[in-house]
Design a protein around this ligand. Structure first.
Ligand SMILES: Nc1ncnc2c1ncn2[C@@H]1O[C@H](COP(=O)(O)OP(=O)(O)O)[C@@H](O)[C@H]1O
Ligand SMILES: [Mg+2]
Length: 288
């Protein structure tokens, strides 16, 4: 497929968000294809949440344009809003009522009938494995379960795109893995996923494509494999006498091993697969 034939569901162009004299987002352009899981990866303070707030119509950009499914998000606000579901960093559930009451309340607010709401709730709770917990109070649930309830609430109106801002921050490994499984499942059912993360491994294992951002700017974009191939898929790191490391990337393990043969015997070295942290480090000089 060439560039013009691609089916983009999100197109942000030259997005800028200024807070007083600080540019939190400083000219980011990005395109997300229908049906993909797109990861927005960057360190804390890079501008991920600010970008999500603009793409989801919660905050207007200082400048730049946003098309959601080909429509201007600002002038066609209501249509756009129906296309998207959003899960913010802080969940906005009512703690002292049940899971069912939270979901139904949300569904009715979205304008669904009672019958539709119940049907959709049961479908989504099946995917999220929440059916047994419908009558529990939200305050009794762990962080991972609360996140699932938030996902059901934000998917109740069948949005084409689900935005998740750091969905697994603060979750233990098991809840994180389960959540990834659920996100993949929603994606298989046709939902485009846009998620932000500062976890390298999350971006690598979950996302079809990632945009790496730093200080409000996009520093690289591509599939995790493409980005790692820019450096070379195998990394050789050799410890120098002064405590610093010399890093070289190789096209395969055999050539890295061959190069390691000439490392002085007193130096430690390691050979491993390149990851997105390496990509970020090479591009910005700092770690995520
Ligand atoms: N409402 C706001 N007012 C002033 N500064 C803000 C506001 N929201 C975010 N910022 C600043 O913008 C930068 C980017 O923040 P944010 O988008 O939250 O980053 P991230 O989500 O990548 O951690 C940070 O320096 C943050 O302090
Ligand atoms: Mg954030």
């Amino acid at each position: 497929m060439n560039e013009t034939e691609r089916d983009y569901i999100i197109e942000g162009t030259e997005l800028v968000k200024r807070f007083k004299d600080m540019r939190a987002v400083d000219g980011i352009s990005l395109k997300v294809c229908r049906g993909e899981i797109y990861g927005f990866l960057g360190p804390n303070g890079a501008g991920k949440t600010t970008t999500v707030r603009m793409l989801t119509t919660m905050d207007p950009p200082t400048s730049g344009t946003i098309l959601i499914d080909g429509r201007d998000a600002r002038t066609e606000y209501l249509v756009t809003r129906r296309q998207i579901g959003v899960i913010q960093q802080q969940n906005s559930l009512e703690k002292d009522i049940s899971v069912r009451e939270n979901i139904m309340h949300h569904a009715l607010m979205q304008g669904l009938s009672v019958a539709e709401s119940k049907k959709r709730m049961m479908e989504l709770c099946e995917i999220m494995e929440l059916t047994d917990r419908l009558d529990m109070l939200v305050e009794k649930l762990s962080g991972g379960w609360k996140r699932r309830v938030s996902i059901v609430c934000s998917m109740i109106h069948k949005p084409a795109i689900l935005f998740l801002d750091e969905p697994t921050t603060g979750l233990d490994t098991q809840s994180r893995n389960l959540l990834w499984k659920m996100i993949r499942e929603l994606n298989r059912e046709g939902t485009t996923i846009f998620l932000t993360t500062h976890y390298i491994f999350e971006a690598e294992s979950l996302c079809n494509r990632v945009g790496i951002i730093n200080k409000g700017r996009m520093v690289a974009e591509g599939t995790p494999w493409e980005l790692k191939m820019r450096l070379g898929p195998i990394k050789l790191e050799v410890e120098r006498g002064d405590g610093e490391h010399d890093v070289t990337y190789y096209p395969d393990r055999a050539s890295a091993k061959k190069a390691a043969e000439s490392v002085p015997p007193e130096s430690n070295y390691s050979i491993r697969a390149t990851n997105l942290e390496d990509v970020f480090l090479e591009l910005t000089g700092r770690s995520i």
